[in-house]
Design a protein. Structure first.
Length: 245
């Protein structure tokens, strides 16, 4: 699971990093805007997928559970002729191993992003802004509708992953990166588009643990939404993607 830890850490380091660059005071990219964050997260996915290729590059418990319900292999290695040499089967035990690796990687990536922007976290800023570097939060707090948004955004992601895995698209890491950019630009406004339980929970835990100056609350009352919503969206994306293709 080292590959999955490293890949998820790269994802979160670059993803939280672009948010920090855009919203923390005295950064070169300050006020870079929503599209900078969208593209930054897309490129973070692109880099993370390559870093985690050995484990199938899930980087996301929603992807893992989507592949599990679709009964698709979690990872495969193939010979030059396309013959499958080895694979990780979609078992319950393997699913929870992936969940653990993704959460550990997300926590590690968040800690590294904090170190990269330590002096900017030391600047005066609203506590909610500092939390936003780590975790998502709703523009309008309405737990039920926020949940719907996360389910829909994650459904799009996992449906694409499952469908692309069973079709000859060949787009791979670039394709999933562009899908993440598209989800952020189209569906990300209401909740900040976690679409990944580890991406939100791991950094939120680190926000609570790290010595961040003036950090305030970690908003645990909202924390279940970006966990439950993506898991539900992942199940729907996996089931419908497997049936559709």
């Amino acid at each position: 699971m080292t590959s999955e830890i490293i890949g998820t850490a790269v994802l979160i380091l670059l993803g939280c990093g672009v948010v920090a660059n855009a919203i923390l005071p005295r950064n070169k990219g300050f006020n870079g805007g929503w599209l900078l964050i969208n593209f930054g997260w897309g490129l973070a996915v692109f880099a993370g997928v390559y870093a985690a290729f050995k484990s199938g590059a899930h980087l996301n418990p929603a992807v893992t559970i989507g592949l599990f319900v679709a009964d698709l292999p979690f990872a495969q290695s193939k010979g030059a002729d396309g013959t499958v040499l080895a694979q990780v089967d979609p078992t319950l035990a393997n699913m929870f191993l992936y969940f653990a690796a993704e959460l550990i990687g997300a926590m590690l990536g968040a800690a590294l992003a904090f170190l990269a922007y330590k002096k900017h976290f030391d600047e005066d800023a609203d506590p909610a802004t500092k939390l936003a570097v780590f975790s998502t939060g709703p523009a309008i707090r309405s737990y039920g509708w926020n949940l719907v948004t996360e389910v829909l955004g994650t459904f799009v992601l996992v449906f694409w992953v499952v469908s692309a895995g069973k079709s000859p698209s060949g787009l791979g890491p670039l394709g999933v990166a562009l899908v993440v950019v598209g989800i952020g630009a189209s569906l990300g406004g209401p909740t900040g588009y976690a679409i990944n339980p580890a991406r939100d929970l791991g950094p939120r835990i680190m926000h609570a643990l790290l010595p961040i100056k003036g950090k305030g609350s970690s908003d645990w009352s909202y924390s279940w939404v970006p966990v439950v919503g993506p898991l539900l969206g992942g199940v729907l994306g996996g089931l419908i993607g497997a049936w559709y293709v």
